[in-house]
Design a protein around this ligand. Structure first.
Ligand code: GRG
Length: 300
């Protein structure tokens, strides 16, 4: 029987949303200067797909761990993702008015609160993931794995990962705006940007899940590769769906197929415990193909 990915993701999302809500408790207005806590809650509890934490949990299960082992580290990854969206929407960056179909954090709470909410979500992520390692309720081996997971998250989020990718993206946009040379940025540069800005966090999610589940070094390395392939394919699929970078469409679809073949092969090497990872890879490929088919049928 085929694996029911929708049901699996729905169950995980509900557990992730519960944990995220616990991490962001409501406070009375009198204890919430600038409505900072409200802004943090709104930036997270606003209906994201929760792909990154689902990936972390699926990776944990692939190595024989259970949901509880990965839930907090997975939520830490989602907190970093949500912070990045808040800052990405700011006037100094993409200057967006809507996020997840609702007014962006700065539109609703003001720019100062949005900047601080992003800062506080980022630091909360590390309090959650490193806190579990440091508070000593677990054995040494798990504490060590969570410490390593904190390092993975820091690397993926910072200048060697997402923030660096955002800087490259902004620099490319400035350059093409100034010269009109949009197509001058080659596919290779675009992929570098996608790797850092998007795939790094997917890579961290899969790696962190493997670590939280007690995976061996080889297993964690394989999950890292799976996350990198899936993350880059996800961004190509997202571009195809948004009709971004039109001159690279056929290259992007070809790369997505290649990356998903690699991710699927890696996932299958784990056996039945990795059925969700196999299905996730398939979902990303289907989304990319669907975008291309729709475009062709619109032109007909
Ligand atoms: C501001 C430091 C800093 C980084 C910003 C994540 C990011 C980097 C920018 C957001 C804009 C963008 C197109 C990013 C690419 C990654 C991406 C497709 C994000 C949206 O992810 P989904 O589809 O969103 O998983 P939800 O809302 O479901 O969580």
């Amino acid at each position: 029987m085929e694996f029911d990915l929708d049901a699996y993701l729905a169950e995980l999302r509900s557990r992730i949303n519960e944990r995220l809500a616990e991490l962001l408790p409501e406070r009375p207005a009198s204890e919430d200067p600038l409505r900072l806590r409200q802004a943090m809650r709104a930036a997270v509890l606003n209906g994201g797909k929760r792909l990154r934490p689902c990936l972390a949990i699926a990776a944990c299960q692939a190595v024989g761990g259970n949901l509880a082992d990965a839930l907090s580290p997975a939520c830490a990854v989602e907190l970093v993702h949500c912070y990045s969206l808040v800052h990405d929407d700011l006037p100094a960056m993409d200057n967006d008015e809507l996020r997840r179909g609702q007014p962006t954090c700065h539109k609703r709470f003001g720019e100062t609160a949005a900047i601080l909410a992003g800062d506080a979500l980022l630091t909360l992520a590390f309090a959650v993931i490193a806190g579990e390692a440091a508070l000593g309720r677990h054995g040494n081996e798990r504490s060590q794995a969570l410490l390593r997971a904190s390092f993975e998250l820091a690397q993926a989020s910072g200048v060697e990962g997402m923030v660096g990718g955002q800087a490259l993206d902004m620099a490319i946009q400035d350059q093409s705006g100034a010269t009109g040379a949009t197509e001058g940025s080659s596919f290779a540069i675009l992929e570098q940007c996608h790797r850092d800005k998007t795939a790094a966090l997917f890579t961290a999610a899969a790696t962190i899940g493997g670590l939280a589940g007690g995976g061996s070094r080889d297993q964690v390395d394989a999950l890292r590769q799976y996350g990198a392939d899936l993350g880059l394919a996800f961004q190509h699929a997202d571009d195809l769906r948004d009709a971004d970078h039109p001159s690279f469409r056929s290259l992007a679809l070809g790369r997505t197929e290649e990356l998903i073949a690699s991710a699927g092969g890696t996932a299958r090497s784990f056996g039945p415990s990795a059925a969700p990872l196999v299905a996730l890879a398939r979902l990303v490929l289907d989304r990319a193909r669907e975008a291309v088919v729709h475009e062709v049928s619109r032109q007909d």
